[in-house]
Design a protein around this ligand. Structure first.
Ligand SMILES: Nc1ncnc2c1ncn2[C@@H]1O[C@H](COP(=O)(O)OP(=O)(O)OP(=O)(O)O)[C@@H](O)[C@H]1O
Length: 322
């Protein structure tokens, strides 16, 4: 495993995420009936309840959910940072706090704690030193899009450049399982595409990847499997296509003067938004809404009806439980 070298694709790699052929590959990390409660008595917060979750070699698992859904707590239980108050967490079959298990993992977290006075190359060298069979520095530089930044002080980098360094530090140990928490937040489109290509390469090379993200487009583009959490429980699970198919709705789009506030009250309307002259309506059944839009605006133009995106499916799934 540790001898495989990553060769990132061109930044415009249009190849979709590998279809999910991984049901027979080893389970790398697993939660079984796992729960985590913070505090006690009336103030207790049940952050995660009775959660079953696993990630396999060669699989990119996206953990999605609204703010406070329990994503960080679930990932924290897998990485040994959060102790379950019920059920079990296993990492490579061991307690996730076990050093032997943790050395097979790379994580990019939101808080860096990286010394600001070290140069990027020094940081990479230092992090490689923690692992038995680390990735070569030039490979990390290429995979994380760090070309030209190696001699810069970490503290003097822009926010986006620092995130790229954190991404690179997660790769340094050439780990079998990687955790990325919001990896592309604040990154420009080119860099985001570079990191997407790297994430695809990681799973092709047999690594497992757990990704938490609020960019639903990112999960759709990359994930073999998606778990949608809400209120600490699994709301939906499956391939992005499966999640989209759970929402029977359609997206209706047209240039019309119909008011968002009006359309939002119509039966079967799940979500409405205006984008300049365009109205976008997510609907359970499109026919009735289309008829009503046409009847209400003789000047309506550019009407299209399409399948929902993962973001729309996510909104429909999570808002129906609120
Ligand atoms: N250390 C803690 N002490 C008390 N409550 C906590 C703690 N950590 C998390 N919580 C609570 O547990 C719930 C789940 O939080 P968690 O951070 O796991 O959600 P999340 O899905 O990662 O949210 P976000 O998208 O906002 O990062 C929230 O209600 C949160 O306030």
């Amino acid at each position: 495993m540790s001898t495989t070298t990553l060769t990132p694709q061109a930044t415009t790699d249009p190849t979709p995420a590998t279809p999910a052929p991984v049901t027979s590959t080893p389970v790398l990390a697993q939660l079984r009936g796992a729960g985590r409660t913070y505090g006690s008595g009336e103030g207790a917060v049940h952050a995660v309840r009775d959660l079953d979750l696993s990630v396999r070699a060669g699989e990119l698992l996206a953990v999605l959910g609204p703010n406070g859904a329990g994503k960080s707590t679930a990932v924290g239980m897998l990485t040994g940072l959060v102790r379950p108050t019920s059920g079990t967490a296993r990492l490579f079959g061991r307690d996730p706090r076990d050093l032997a298990a943790r050395r097979r993992v790379g994580a990019m977290l939101q808080t860096s704690g990286v010394p600001e006075t070290l140069r990027v190359r020094e940081l990479l060298t230092q992090f490689r030193g923690y692992y038995p069979a680390p990735m070569a520095v030039p490979d990390v530089v290429q995979a994380a899009g760090l070309d030209g930044l190696e001699r810069r002080l970490f503290g003097e980098l822009s926010g986006g450049q620092q995130r790229r360094v954190l991404f690179g530090l997660a790769l340094c140990g050439d780990p079998e399982l990687l955790f990325f928490d919001e990896p592309t937040t604040g990154l420009d489109v080119d860099v985001r595409r570079t990191l997407w290509a790297t994430l695809r390469d990681l799973t092709r090379a047999g690594r497992g990847v757990v990704l938490t993200t609020h960019y639903l487009e990112e999960a759709d583009a990359l994930a073999d499997r998606v778990v949608v959490l809400d209120h600490g429980r699994v709301l939906a699970e499956g391939t992005p296509e499966h999640i989209k198919s759970l929402v029977p709705g359609r997206r209706v789009r047209a240039r019309t003067c119909a008011a968002v506030a009006d359309v939002g009250t119509w039966p079967g309307v799940l979500h409405v938004e205006r984008q300049g002259p365009w109205l976008e309506v997510l609907v359970a059944e499109s026919e009735a809404v289309v008829r009503r839009l046409l009847a209400g605006d003789a000047d309506l133009a550019g009407l299209t009806v399409t399948e929902p995106t993962l973001e729309e499916a996510f909104l429909a799934l999570t808002t129906s439980t609120r």
